[in-house]
Design a protein around this ligand. Structure first.
Ligand SMILES: C[S@@+](CC[C@H](N)C(=O)[O-])C[C@H]1O[C@@H](n2cnc3c(N)ncnc32)[C@H](O)[C@@H]1O
Length: 274
């Protein structure tokens, strides 16, 4: 608890959070207390949380894959399962480094390029950079609140616009890891999402069209133009999306496979040039 928060205010916070149905009321009250300057500020934060706003948006940050990222209200909260994307991406960056070391190249080519497309807060790219320092990190998103958030988080090359449209041409055929955690919830499933997501994350961040793969198909369709010869594209998908996602990859002239992590219950589809 922050030293400026009184025992009384903390107890009131726990009661209010419990009444609002928070299962981890004591833990959440401690996190909110640490983020509040005084009792009055704590009361405001508790009220927002009790109204269903995600804890991470209320305190303004999320802990993800070993790093802390700043979050603005309305920006997608990075999910624990997305660590799998980071694990696979970091592994590939290290492999790309070994390949680069074995061949002559100019200075710019020596740093693997990671593109965090549909970046939201930029959490995925930042976590990969944390694990594999020295990469060239680019991030892009259509939502100006998300791109502002990614800049808050210290990403220098943030581009705003529809998918690849705002990217500099110099990235063509240069991307070693294309992280694309696109919106992939099938439209009919949106009402089934927890209220936190439904009410406090923009539809733009969630809705992937009739089968959830509309944006994914667009990303895959243009990926061959941006991937380096040994580059990979990584996207999170659901079990039901495995077959159609692999079909889309094959239709784009790429090779694909699926990686599943039981502990995270996460599924990532990976595409690369044949
Ligand atoms: C599921 S969120 C993922 C955010 C972030 N990558 C993460 O994992 O925390 C999807 C993101 O895609 C962005 N987005 C949706 N449609 C887009 C488009 N056509 N072009 C670029 N970004 C888009 C949304 O604004 C949102 O930030």
């Amino acid at each position: 608890m922050s030293v400026t928060i009184t025992e009384n205010a903390l107890a009131t916070a726990i009661t209010a959070l419990r009444a609002a149905g928070c299962v981890f009321a004591e833990e959440e009250a401690a996190i909110l207390s640490a983020a509040a300057a005084d009792d009055a500020a704590l009361e405001v934060l508790v009220k927002r949380r009790a109204q269903g706003e995600p804890l991470e948006q209320v305190v303004g940050h999320a802990d993800f894959a070993g790093i802390r990222v700043r979050l603005r209200p309305g920006v997608f909260v990075p999910r624990v399962r997305s660590q799998l994307l980071v694990d696979v991406a970091a592994r590939h960056v290290n492999e790309a480094r070994h390949v680069n070391e074995a061949r002559p190249m100019n200075a710019a080519e020596a740093h693997p390029v990671v593109l965090d497309l549909c970046c939201g807060s930029g959490a995925l790219g930042l976590a990969v950079r944390h694990r594999t320092p020295g990469i060239h990190l680019h991030a892009a998103d259509l939502d100006p609140t998300a791109t502002a958030c990614a800049r808050d988080n210290g990403i220098s090359h943030v581009h705003e616009g529809d998918l690849y449209e705002p990217l500099p041409a110099k990235l063509r055929a240069r991307v070693d890891v294309l992280l694309a955690n696109v919106p992939y919830v099938a439209t009919p499933h949106l009402p089934l999402l927890p209220a936190e997501a439904r009410d406090h994350e923009p539809r733009l961040a969630l809705d992937g069209g009739p089968d959830g793969l509309d944006i994914f198909r667009r990303v895959v369709g243009s990926a061959p133009m941006w991937l380096s010869e040994t580059g990979i594209l990584l996207s999170e998908i659901t079990e039901a999306q495995e077959r159609p996602a692999l079909d889309a990859i094959r239709d784009s002239g790429l090779d694909g496979d699926v990686i599943y992590d039981e502990d995270l219950d996460a599924r990532v589809v990976r595409a690369r040039k044949l």
